[in-house]
Every structure is written in structure tokens, then in C-alpha cells.
Design a protein around this ligand. Structure first.
Ligand SMILES: [Zn+2]
Length: 293
């Protein structure tokens, strides 16, 4: 799902809910004389209050009366005055800084089936289940502390089928449940978007790269499995990592490549950024030798 589709979803949902509320209001006016009378009084008194000559206490009393009437006929106030789902943007999807975080959260949730730490089943990992348990525990702690973490980057190395993707989605799930934004993508999705970014007209660029830069946690699953594109892979991976490091935002990478292989594929500056002990937690869910620096 694109950012724009998520934005439309959020706006359309708001429109629909307001329209439903309007319809209910009209129906009540038409069929409930008591409601009609109360509404009429509230409206005229509200105008008076706005002009500074009405009694606010009286207005509050009328509203209370209306509320009681609604209760009596089994209608909740939020059906008539639905609150927006997002308090930050009021479901407009945008803030003065660009897209609201609810848009990214929706985009991630729509694209992914998330597993949780609580659902983890280590029996699946066979002889490496003890190792997996330890790494999961470390990452669960990391997410529990998030965003108050000392190291912004996490690199999870593991063979195919070692549960590293599962772990990455559990991290995303945990961070989203805490109310932070997390954008979860595969290396394939990332490269596709970066190619789009590379070729898009200037006016469309921001929207494409926005989720990668702005979310509180970015997860790129299975780095190294995607096709490598000259002038795109290295350049934009570095740009994203760099921007996120500068803003102290977390990036989680899963990969089956070690330091040397990352360095050979994406260049030394990306490898050293990812494996930088001062800002990265590098861990393995497979019993492989990690060549850390
Ligand atoms: Zn919002």
C-alpha cells in the first residue's frame, strides 16, 4: 500500500463517520420531537453565548438534558459526535511537518502480518532454539526501552529460515503497540521504492522517501536478498541510514550477510555504519561467526 492510499483511507473513514453522524442527527430531528425541541433551544442559546449575552450554565444544562434523552433511546453521544481516530491530525492525515504518523502506522499495518514476542515458538528453531531465545530476549528488552535506547541500529544476522524475519516483525509489533511508528519493509520493497524515488519527478520524491526517513523505527528485512542496482542500492541505503542516524532514529536490518559480505556488496561506509559498535547492536540468530570490527 502506498502512503497516498493510506492517507485516502484515513480521510475517507473520517468522511464516512461524519456522514453517518449527520444522517443519524437528521433522523432524530425528524422522528424525535423532544430531540428536535432540545436542539432548537441549544442552537439559539449557543448563538447568544457566542454573542456574549447567553447563560453558559443554562447551555450546559440543556446539553446534559439532551445527553439523558439520547441515553434513554439508546444512542451514544459518540455516534453523533464521532471523535477522530488520531488526536494529532484529527484524521486529516497531515500535520505542519508533513504526513501524520497515523498514516505510516496504517501503511505498515496494512502491508504486514505481524507476530508478537508473546507468540514466539522456539521449537521451530531446532538446535538453535536456545540461541534464538537469548537473542529474542535481548530484542524484547530493546523494544521495551524504545525509544530510550543507546544504540539506534540493530543488525540481526541469520541464515535463511533462522527466524530473523519473525524476530523483526515481533519488534515492529512491539513498537507499534507502544504507539510509535514503525515502517517494515523487505530489502526488495526498499530497492523498488528507491528506484521509484530515483526516477520520480521532484514533486513526487518526498512522498516516496518519507516513510523511510520519518518513522521512529525502520525495519528492512533480508538485506542482500534483493537485486542490486547500481547508483541506487548503495547510494540510497547510505542516505537513509545517515539521515536516520543523524536524527537518532532506529533502523533494524536483518541479513544473512556478514561484515565482509556487506562491505563487498554495499561498500565499506555502509558496512562500517551498520557494524559500528558505538551505535549498533549486532547479533546473530544462527551459530555463525560474526565478523565484527
Ligand atoms: Zn494522524
Amino acid at each position: 500500500m502506498t502512503t497516498k492510499q493510506s492517507l485516502n483511507f484515513i480521510r475517507d473513514r473520517r468522511k464516512r463517520e461524519l456522514l453517518d453522524a449527520d444522517r443519524l442527527h437528521a433522523l432524530l430531528l425528524e422522528t424525535q420531537p423532544e430531540y428536535y425541541e432540545l436542539e432548537k433551544q441549544i442552537r439559539s442559546l449557543r448563538l447568544d453565548v457566542l454573542k456574549g449575552k447567553g447563560d453558559e450554565n443554562e447551555l450546559a444544562k440543556l446539553r446534559e438534558k439532551r445527553l439523558l434523552f439520547l441515553q434513554k433511546i439508546g444512542i451514544k453521544l459518540e455516534m453523533l459526535e464521532p471523535a477522530p481516530h488520531c488526536e494529532i491530525c484529527g484524521d486529516s492525515g497531515v500535520t505542519s511537518n508533513g504526513y501524520c504518523r497515523c498514516v505510516i502506522a496504517h501503511q505498515t499495518a496494512a502491508d504486514t502480518t505481524l507476530f508478537s514476542f508473546e507468540e514466539s515458538n522456539f521449537d521451530l528453531f531446532g538446535e538453535e532454539s536456545e540461541l534464538a531465545k537469548r537473542v529474542y530476549a535481548i530484542m524484547q528488552k530493546y523494544c521495551a526501552k524504545f525509544p530510550e535506547v543507546n544504540k539506534n541500529n540493530v543488525v540481526i544476522v541469520g541464515k535463511c529460515g533462522s527466524g530473523k524475519s519473525y524476530l523483526a516483525t515481533a519488534m515492529a509489533d512491539c513498537v507499534l503497540k507502544k504507539g510509535y511508528t514503525c515502517f517494515l519493509t523487505t530489502a526488495f520493497g526498499f530497492i523498488n521504492d528507491m528506484l521509484k524515488y530515483h526516477t520520480a519527478p521532484l514533486a513526487d520524491k518526498a512522498e516516496i522517501i518519507f516513510p523511510y526517513l520519518d518513522c521512529d523505527m525502520l525495519v528492512i528485512d533480508d538485506l542482500g536478498s534483493e537485486t542490486k542496482l547500481n547508483n541506487v542500492s548503495e547510494e540510497y541505503l547510505y542516505l537513509v541510514l545517515n539521515e536516520r542516524t543523524a536524527k537518532k532514529r532506529s533502523t533494524v536490518i536483518t541479513t544473512n550477510l556478514d561484515y565482509e559480505q556487506i562491505s563487498a556488496r554495499y561498500g565499506e561506509r555502509i558496512a562500517s555504519r551498520l557494524f559500528d559498535k558505538n551505535n549498533s547492536i549486532v547479533t546473530s540468530v544462527s551459530n555463525t561467526d560474526l565478523r565484527k570490527r
